[in-house]
Design a protein around this ligand. Structure first.
Ligand code: T4K
Length: 369
């Protein structure tokens, strides 16, 4: 059996066209397309409830959420983060005038190795920006203890964790702030979009100003802001997608269970364990190939490509090895992240991925064809 259609690492979930048309009707009628219109406000309220957070501000994308949060806290100094992430995390720190300091990851769930954070803290450290990578939740308790001891802000890059809960609480309610991405490739999307979640009212107010040029009203501009507003069409897509989110996550769960069933217990294949106390959203399915496996990561990648299957090497290359950072940093300072980045593949995962195709993907991984 060969897979004829091209299977990519993910495919945006879409509402029925009629449902979206129904949602955008009032936008067409009102001609009110952006600048915090009624759809924006409706989505903001619904997401606040769904995510179980005290405050939320919607933005144009997840990257803007990271940048505006760093800026709103007025942080200037070193921010401890990991290089095993989408480059947005590092860029946000750098573009906000701070210095990224790379902490290694642990070899189990690939989140920040909490045992190494304190070695990296200096008089210039102002914050920690851990990444719940692949939707794996960081060691929140330890990070928060360390932050408290050293008086540091904790801003989570929660781009991969839409709808996840830890110990019964929405993941966005941890830390000083959590930044979500609602990009088209995410479990929940607004085409492009993002949000900052925080219980800090002052932070929320500042982010609101920052996303709208610092405008208080028509004649008063209170701070130096930018433009980070989510428009009404994106908010409508979010409203539609939110109606189907539980179904979306259940379908993803089935795909993940199938992958686990086919790939668990195989010598040389390392899967992430399910995390205790976590309600997962099944955002990504990373697989690490160790030397015991008969194919290297790159061979598996090529075998899949030859069969029209587009797995991805998220997150390779590491942030500390790319052109614009490699002169200032060394991958050898984060050896676990370096090793994992050379061995990991994230497999295709989306709600409508046929389980027969999952079987076929696993056969190619295991047999090369
Ligand atoms: N922090 C972290 C940890 C992140 O992972 C991200 C984003 C951010 C921050 C920043 O959030 P945003 O500012 O993006 O909201 C993709 C996404 O563009 C990016 O949002 C995401 N992380 C990253 C992990 O993946 P690419 O360059 O790999 O995307 P691309 O265009 O290759 O798409 C991947 C696959 O998705 C395609 O093969 C097909 C499918 N796809 C793609 C698009 C654009 C769709 O089905 N529909 C689409 O519209 O970055």
């Amino acid at each position: 059996m060969t897979v004829m259609e091209k299977i990519l690492v993910t495919r945006s979930s879409m509402p029925e066209l009629d449902e979206y048309i129904e949602e955008i009707k009032s936008v067409f009628e009102s001609h009110y397309l952006t600048n915090m219109g009624p759809k924006h406000e409706e989505l903001r309220k619904e997401l606040k409830d769904y995510l179980g957070v005290e405050g939320i501000e919607l933005l144009t994308n997840g990257h803007t959420a990271l940048e505006l949060t760093l800026q709103a806290y007025g942080l200037k100094g070193e921010v401890i983060t990991t290089p095993f992430t989408f480059i947005s995390t590092t860029h946000a720190i750098k573009r906000s005038g701070c210095t990224p300091i790379f902490c290694d990851i642990n070899p189990y769930d690939y989140t920040m190795d909490v045992n190494q954070i304190e070695n990296l803290i200096t008089d210039d450290t102002v914050a920690i920006m851990p990444v719940h990578v692949y939707g794996n939740i960081c060691n929140i308790e330890e990070i928060e203890k360390i932050a408290k001891r050293h008086n540091l802000k904790v801003i989570y890059d929660a781009a991969h964790t839409f709808g996840e809960e830890y110990k019964g609480r929405g993941i966005g309610s941890y830390g000083d702030a959590s930044c979500f991405s609602f990009h088209a490739t995410k479990v929940f999307h607004t085409i492009e979009g993002g949000a900052v979640c925080t219980a800090d009212k002052e932070l929320l107010q500042l982010i609101y100003y920052y996303k709208d040029f610092g405008i208080l009203d028509a004649e008063n501009i209170v701070t130096v802001g930018a433009n980070g507003k989510m428009n009404e069409f994106c908010a409508c897509m979010g409203l539609c997608n939110l109606r189907h989110i539980e179904d979306e996550i259940k379908k993803r769960e089935k795909v993940v269970f199938k992958y686990r069933e086919m790939l668990k217990g195989i010598n040389g294949i390392k899967l992430c364990d399910e995390q205790p106390d976590v309600k997962s959203n099944y955002a990504y399915f990373p697989v690490v190939f160790t030397d015991e496996f008969k194919f290297s990561r790159d061979e598996v990648f090529n075998n899949l490509s030859a069969n029209n299957i587009g797995a991805r090497k998220y997150f390779y290359p590491l942030a500390n090895s790319i052109e614009c950072y490699k002169d200032e940093y060394s991958v050898f300072d984060t050896p676990v992240a370096y090793d994992i980045s050379k061995r990991v593949l994230t497999l295709p995962l989306y709600a409508d991925l046929d389980l027969k195709n999952v079987e076929r993907i696993c056969e190619i991984i295991l047999n090369g064809k």
